[in-house]
Each structure stands twice: as C-alpha cells, then as structure tokens.
Design a protein around this ligand. Structure first.
Ligand SMILES: [Zn+2]
Length: 246
C-alpha cells in the first residue's frame, strides 16, 4: 500500500505539471495566432496596394485618351483653318486651337503626375510583397514546429490527467475517508481558485499560508499513512515526499 502522503504529493505534482502545461499550450497557441494574423495583415496591405495600382493605371489610361481627343480636335481644326477663307471663322478656330492646346498641356501634366505616383505605388507594392514573402517563410518554418510542440504538450497533459485519475483511484481504494473529503473539496473548488491539496511549507499551509498546528505537523511527519486537513482553509495537507517513483 502506498502511503497516503506519497499519493497526495504525487497528485499535487501532476496537477502542477498540468497547470504549467496549460500555460505553455496557451503561449504557443497565442504565438501561432500572432503569426497567422501578421500574415493576414500584410496580405491585406498587398491587396490594397494592388487595387491602388490598378486604379491609377485606369486614371492614366483615361487621361491619355483625353489627350488624344484634344490632339484630334487640334488636328481637325488646323485642317479647317488651312482651308478657311473667312476671317471670323479663322479667328474662332485659332482661339479654339489655343484652348485645346492649353487643355492638352494640362492633361499631360496630370498624366505625368499620375505616372510618378504609379511608380511610387509600384515600389511600395514591391516592398510589401517582399515583406509578405519573408513573413510567410517565417510562418512556414515556425508554425509546424510550434504545432508539433503543441501536440507533444497536449499528449503530456493527457498522460498527466491519466496519472491523476490513477492516483485518485488509489486514494479511493485505500483511503476512502480521504477520498470523500477530496471529492467534497473538488466540488466546492469548481468556482474558486482554492487549492484542494496543500503541502506544508515553512510550517504553514501552502494554500492559505496560515501556520499549521505543531501536533498536526508532527503527526504527518511521523506517519506517512496519516492525513489531516488545514484547520484554517480545509485543504488536505501533506508533507513533501522524495520524488522517487514516477
Ligand atoms: Zn490552509
């Protein structure tokens, strides 16, 4: 028969391992999500930049078309001017040609500005695409490793839960009175952070930090088959036993 003190000691050890495992699992899951989110964000930025580029290309085409229209007007009016013999008609045509040339020049300035803007956008797009590639590469390297580690931790956690069940079974079989208190405490602890099993550290209960009476301590130290609860918080007390059996 395994001493109850030893069973309680292992029980708490496995519970601590589970808590530690869960916190590691939590951290890894956060990191995976962070990597995926970063990738999504940069992908979004690339798409927006591509849309911006497309929009400006359409603007450039439209402006070029407008320039062509002005050129055609100028050509047409210059022919009319050469053929015209009427002074007033000539005067009107000259004015119209001048106006069209001004308009054409304005459009050419606009087109030039748009082309410069387009080049800037293309450069920004290239930088974003490089950043995306780099982030994607990093995620592709890191995520499978993290997922493997996650799997390992989950398996370990599962094993620790299994071990706890075995210990609980042992306690139930050999120390039914402890098992009864344990199950009661377990029910009560669902809604609080209180510890069900607490070791004695520096003469105090490790759950509530209140000093445990000397006679209780003496009993637990003297007899590994004895048990007691903390008079203050009710946790099942144990003294730490050498961890020689895994
Ligand atoms: Zn206590």
């Amino acid at each position: 028969m395994i001493p109850i003190q030893k069973l309680l000691s292992s029980l708490e050890r496995f519970q601590e391992k589970i808590i530690e495992n869960n916190s590691q699992i939590d951290q890894i899951e956060k990191r995976i999500n962070q990597l995926k989110k970063q990738l999504e964000e940069i992908k979004d930025k690339v798409q927006k930049k591509k849309d911006e580029k497309m929009k400006i290309e359409v603007q450039i085409k439209e402006t070029e078309l407008m320039i062509k229209e002005e050129e055609e007007k100028i050509r047409k009016w210059e022919i009319q001017l050469r053929e015209s013999r009427k002074f007033r008609e000539q005067k009107t045509l000259i004015d119209e040609i001048a106006e069209a040339k001004r308009e054409k020049s304005k459009l050419e300035d606009e087109a030039l500005k748009l082309i410069i803007k387009k080049e800037e956008i293309e450069k920004e797009l290239k930088d974003l695409e490089e950043e995306y590639e780099e982030k994607q590469k990093r995620a592709e390297e890191e995520i499978p490793k993290l997922e493997l580690e996650l799997q390992r931790l989950k398996t370990e956690s599962e094993e620790n839960h299994q071990k706890i069940k075995e210990i609980e079974k042992n306690i139930k079989e050999f120390y039914p009175e402890v098992s009864k208190i344990y199950e009661e405490l377990l029910k009560d602890s669902r809604n609080s952070n209180m510890k069900i099993i607490a070791s004695i550290e520096d003469e105090s209960c490790s759950s509530c930090n209140v000093i445990v009476f000397a006679d209780i301590r003496a009993k637990l130290y003297a007899d590994p088959n004895s048990f007691d609860t903390c008079p203050n918080c009710g946790a099942i007390l144990y003294v730490k036993v050498e961890e020689d059996s895994e």
